[in-house]
Design a protein around this ligand. Structure first.
Ligand SMILES: Cc1cc2nc3c(=O)[nH]c(=O)nc-3n(C[C@H](O)[C@H](O)[C@H](O)COP(=O)(O)O)c2cc1C
Length: 142
């Protein structure tokens, strides 16, 4: 059974090169082992990540990520089973602040709408789902 999880969280410190390479290094290692693909986006201290793979392994990975003290306020936007993969096996693509517009075809220029205090939870979820949809489309064409 394949599944997708997408979540939004807030980084506990600004993302520097070492912070990012530490996360990507362990992610690529574990996700390749577990056949998990997806994308990690970062902007303005917010993370948006999509994980995709075998349901139990995705749950385990998400469990580890939730326990990670380097981010907080984790809010799940999407958790569903799917028929087919949108991301190639084991890919964990990284999309930084300057590339968000390019990767979303200009549909989103920042992640600010994912956690803005004035937005309702429904609106935030809507933005996150929209972003997930854009990313599924983009990466499935690779
Ligand atoms: C924003 C963020 C995204 C992460 N993404 C992943 C991931 O996709 N896969 C993964 O295994 N760990 C990821 N991690 C790291 C996990 O929280 C955890 O440190 C790691 O899975 C522990 O693996 P280990 O037991 O092999 O050391 C992420 C951490 C953060 C803060």
């Amino acid at each position: 059974m394949l599944s997708h999880i997408a979540y939004v969280s807030r980084s506990c410190s600004p993302l520097d090169a070492k912070f990012l390479s530490d996360i990507l290094e362990v992610s690529v290692r574990n996700n390749e082992r577990d056949g998990i693909g997806g994308v990690l986006m970062y902007h303005d201290q917010l993370f948006f990540q999509i994980l995709e793979g075998e349901g139990r392994l995705v749950e385990q990975c998400y469990g580890r990520i939730c326990r990670d003290p380097r981010h907080s306020g984790i809010s799940i936007a999407l958790d569903e089973t799917v028929e087919a993969r949108s991301f190639p096996d084991w890919l964990m693509g990284y999309v930084g602040p300057d590339e968000i517009g390019e990767h979303t075809g200009g549909a989103m220029l920042s992640l600010a709408g994912l956690n803005a205090p004035e937005l309702s939870d429904g609106d935030k979820r809507g933005h996150a789902l929209e972003l997930a949809r854009i990313m599924f489309k983009k990466f499935s064409k690779r």
